[in-house]
Design a protein. Sequence first.
Length: 128
Amino acid sequence: MDAYDSQQRGPQGKYALKTYFALGVKNLSTWAHELLHAADDRLGHLTERGQHWRSETVAELGGAILLEALGFEFESDRGGCWEYVQHYAEDAGKESLQACMDVLKRTCEAVNLLLTEAGKITLEQPAA
């Protein structure tokens, strides 16, 4: 993971296939979004190139789900998530809810991967 200055109105986060992700802001929503791209990629589902509605919906919806599951309700930014999904769905000529439904299985698989891997790390920690 890396950081960069996004003050020049660039993207808030970046993900490079199987290489790295970088953040240009300090918020959990963007971190979770980029982490979801990485999980989706690790599962072999991130086959679209560029800003595609499927991969962006998986990352944004999955990031919100992940943060909600971890108890970060405010940081999950449900309203921002919905606006983001709407933007990509509209650009693709899709209804927003249908876009979410179309990638729900893929999204849940990526969230599950992250929670499963995090659970392994927690279990490996030595007892205090």
